[in-house]
Design a protein around this ligand. Structure first.
Ligand code: ZN
Length: 249
């Protein structure tokens, strides 16, 4: 005995269309589904991860992803854009997949708690993100379709700075900070270190040129606003300006 199949009408808006086969983009289309399937299942079967959906309307009413459908239902699916997402009460924390080491460093540079380990496989990443309520950052669509995952962000671009612009725009992140905030290697929050405490570890030029220092309690690294920090700052400021000008997407 086969499942009962019904016809519904579907439309995916804005950049969600990128996930679809070309013929289904930018228009409503009829789609045959089984009555026991949830909207989440139907959407993901078409290639769109549930984490990328910001708003779901069924016959013009807001609906949840576990809804089951009736014949002729009209389903409109909108992306998780900043303007559609609820305002973030708490600063998001991230877990980046193993290919996104450079993005993880940029996010740490901006002060955002971002776990990354290139030894993690997909199961590790999902377990950590789920257990610690972190947003998974990835370019792997299938990973975002993982059943237990509630927060994820699909990155369209391969370039780390474009990825930073995507994440920054989607979560309305304040990317600017005048001070070293997190260790780029460990993700640990940096503490201010009195100059006399670190003086013995610095080259004479650094000692003469800088007065403010920070320390990582995990890897014991010492940091200051030297040329490397300033270069990163300039690059990230450029990304922040692009987002402000609406070019982040
Ligand atoms: Zn460290």
């Amino acid at each position: 005995m086969g499942a009962i199949r019904i016809a519904i009408e579907l439309r995916f808006y804005a950049e969600l269309a990128d996930f679809l086969p070309g013929a289904l983009r930018g228009r409503s289309f009829e789609h045959a589904v089984a009555t026991h399937e949830t909207v989440k299942h139907i959407i993901e079967a078409l290639g769109v991860p549930h984490t990328e959906v910001g708003l779901l309307l069924i016959n013009g009413e807001s609906a949840s992803m576990d809804r089951r459908l009736e014949a002729n239902d009209r389903v409109a699916v909108f992306p998780a854009l900043r303007r559609l997402a609820p305002p973030c009460a708490v600063e998001p924390r991230f877990a980046a997949d193993s290919h996104l080491g450079r993005l993880a460093r940029y996010l740490r540079f901006c002060g955002f708690d971002t776990l990354w380990d290139n030894a993690w496989d997909d199961a590790d990443l999902v377990a950590i993100a789920t257990g610690e309520a972190r947003v998974v950052l990835t370019r792997d669509r299938a990973l975002l379709m993982h059943r237990t995952l509630s927060q994820g962000c699909y990155l369209r671009d391969t370039a780390p700075l474009a990825q930073l612009a995507d994440v920054g725009a989607r979560y309305a992140l304040a990317l600017g900070s005048g001070k070293p905030a997190r260790c780029l290697e460990c993700n640990e929050r940096l503490d201010r270190a009195p100059k006399q405490d670190v003086a013995g570890r610095l080259l004479p030029g650094t000692l003469a040129g800088f007065d403010e220092f920070w320390h990582c309690g995990r890897c014991d690294g010492v940091f200051w606003r030297g040329s490397h920090w300033r270069r990163m700052r300039e690059v990230v400021d450029g990304v922040a300006r692009a987002i402000a000008n609406g070019l982040g997407q």
